[in-house]
Ligand binder design. Sequence first.
Ligand code: HEC
Length: 138
Amino acid sequence: MLATKTSTGFAAVLALLFMMAWTPSHADTPYTVTNGNELDIQSYQGFKVFRNWCARCHGTYGQGMRAPNLAESIAVISKAEYVDVMMSGKVTAKAKKMGRMPGWKGNAQVMDNLDNIYSYLKARADGKIGAVAPQSAN
Ligand code: HEC
C-alpha cells in the first residue's frame, strides 16, 4: 500500500518535471515554419491581423517603415514588454518624429490575437521566415 502510494507520488513528480521541461521550449518558439514560408494556423492568423492593423506603420512583414523594424525589436524586448506596448502604446522622443504607437486595448481583433501576432513576429525575429509573403501550412 505504502509502496503504491510512493510510486504514484513519484510518477506525479516525474510528470510535473516533464511538463516543466517542455513549457519553456514551447514559449521560445510559439510558431512553426515549414518550406521557408508556411506558417502554422495561429501564426498565419497573426500575420493577417498584423497586415490589417500594423503594416501601414511597421511595413507589411514588420520590416520597418516610419515605425521600427519589429523583427529587430522582438529579438530584444521581452514578451511582457511586447504586451505592455500593445496595451498602452509607446511615445518616446524618437517616436514623435515617426508618429506614435497607439495602444490597442480598444481593438477586439488585435486583443484576441495578441499571442498570434507575437508568434508571427517571433518567427521573423528568429530569422525563421524572412520579409516574404507567408502561406498557411494548414
Ligand atoms: C500609427 C503608426 C503605428 C501603428 C498602426 C502601429 N505601430 Fe507599433 N509603433 C509605432 C511607433 C512610431 C513605434 C516606436 C515607438 C517608440 O519607440 O517610442 C512603435 C513601436 C512598437 C513596438 C515596440 C518596439 C520597440 O522596440 O520597443 C511594438 C512591439 C509595436 N510597435 C507593435 C505594433 C503592432 C503589433 C501593431 C499592430 C497591432 C502596431 N505596432 C501598430 C507606430 C505604429
